[in-house]
Write a protein that binds this ligand. Structure first.
Ligand code: HAM
Length: 425
């Protein structure tokens, strides 16, 4: 056996502070879920391949970890949560009253080319709001993303927003079939506009898309006005722009955030039917999260027609953004102490003291290596403990222990009943 196994390419170990930073971000997402009325669901890592590939799009389909289980079933590691949640809504949650607000978090798997911020196993916090086609549902998804980013302490972030109904509206009217539309959108997602335009058979549509790609601007209202005028001959595309304007009106009038509309914005996932968005910070050119409206997925899975909108946040990337902005906040408020018994005979008493302290909300590392006091103290110091508690014969007879403050090296005899209070003060 090789002595130095490494994680599989694109997968990582998260250790100590890094793991804590991830847990803290997920904890915050869970809190946002609670504040926005989302119910947590835990879904499997492995799903039928057919479910995961139904509407995910070529890009994701080619990057899935696919295998046959021992029962010869074609299965895959989930590349995202949306398909699993849509499955839930067509099965166990079929009869639940709408709207359904569902939150999940965990790892997802895509065979991407590993680089900074791009892994093959990565973490998402995922929110889906099912059952409403109204713009306030879309606004809620954008607002909760904004709420998460703000509460984590991220600065300077901006939303890039578009509407898939604009591009599809144009292509449908000029009778470009759905398969071709999907291929065009995949290229547009990669910003490979030349390749996208080459795939458009209809000359009219091609020139419309060219014009759409050229519309730019930092003020979302102006961009939306330009788009409205531009698609005036395309009723479905016009409705899509109006819908976008209404959503963004709701968002920007209810909170202060930066929105940029990109008329030619497309996302890799195939199921989107309406508003789509991604979120960026200036220091990174990769999206920290993304989502949008997908009104037909649940039907594709055999459920009742159910409009839906959702998003996922890339925890790994949010962690990088926080680090880049020096905004990582790890809660170090719990005091840490080392408890050391001087003699074998006092071990049980020392264990009891440790338990009492833990019940009182103090973190205790009990001396388990049988080391001499000086070595144990040295180790506690190295590990960054706040205090050491030395349980010795003389003090213990008086119902007390020695409490050593490892920061200022002062020590005092403290009654066992007052220990927790003294440490926490
Ligand atoms: P997505 O844009 O594919 O959307 O992924 C969401 C986020 O996951 C991205 O914005 C990014 O932060 C992170 N991410 C994606 N790929 C990687 C990777 N290889 N390494 C690290 N992070 C990555 C979805 O997954 C949709 N299911 C979102 C959604 C929910 N739409 C509607 N409902």
């Amino acid at each position: 056996m090789p002595a130095s196994f490494q994680p599989v390419r694109g997968m990582r170990d998260l250790i100590g502070d890094e793991a804590q930073a991830f847990t803290a971000i997920i904890g915050r997402a869970r809190q946002i879920a609670e504040y926005y009325g989302f119910c947590e669901v835990i879904v499997p890592h492995v799903e039928p391949l057919e479910l995961l590939s139904a509407k995910s799009g070529e890009e994701i389909r080619q990057r899935m970890f696919i295998f046959k289980d021992l029962g010869e079933r074609q299965v895959a590691l989930r590349p995202e949560f949306t398909a699993s949640i849509a499955r839930l809504v067509t099965t166990a949650l079929r009869n639940e009253p709408k709207p359904l607000r569902l939150f999940s978090s965990g790892t997802v798997y895509r065979y991407d080319e590993p680089q900074k911020g791009r892994y093959r196993e990565f973490w998402q916090s995922n929110f889906e709001l099912m059952g409403s086609a109204r713009p306030e549902a879309d606004a809620e998804i954008v607002l909760l993303t904004n709420g998460l980013m703000a509460s984590l302490g991220l600065e300077g972030y901006a939303f890039k927003v578009g509407h898939i109904g604009v591009i599809r509206g144009i292509l449908c009217q000029d009778e470009v079939d759905e398969k071709a539309q999907n291929a065009i959108l995949q290229k547009m997602d990669k910003k490979d506009y030349d390749a996208a335009l080459k795939l458009v058979d209809s000359e009219k549509s091609r020139s419309m898309l060219e014009g759409l790609i050229a519309i730019k601007g930092d003020n979302w209202r102006e961009t939306v006005d330009q788009m409205l005028a531009y698609v005036s001959e395309y009723p479905a595309a016009k409705l899509a722009v109006e819908n976008l304007a209404e959503i963004l009106g709701l968002v920007t009038e209810s909170t202060n955030t930066t929105i940029r509309v990109d008329p030619a914005f497309a996302r890799g996932l195939e199921y989107y039917t309406g508003m789509i968005f991604e979120i960026y910070v200036p220091q990174l050119d990769i999206a920290l999260g993304g989502g949008g409206r997908y009104d037909r997925l649940i039907e594709v899975f055999g459920g009742e027609a159910t409009p839906a909108v959702g998003c996922a946040h890339g925890i790994d990337r949010v962690a990088i953004a926080l680090q880049t902005q020096n905004a990582v906040r790890i809660d170090k408020s719990v005091k840490r102490v080392a408890v050391i018994a001087i003699t074998e005979a006092l071990k049980v008493q020392a264990l009891k003291i440790a338990q009492q302290l833990r019940l009182a909300g103090v973190a205790v590392e009990f001396e388990v290596m049988g080391r001499k006091m000086s070595k144990a103290l040295e180790d506690a110091d190295k590990r960054g403990a706040d205090y050491a508690i030395i349980v010795g014969e003389r003090e213990f007879k008086e119902g007390a222990v020695m409490l050593k403050d490892l920061a200022n090296r002062q020590q005092s005899v403290v009654a066992i009943e007052q220990l927790a209070e003294k440490i926490k003060s």
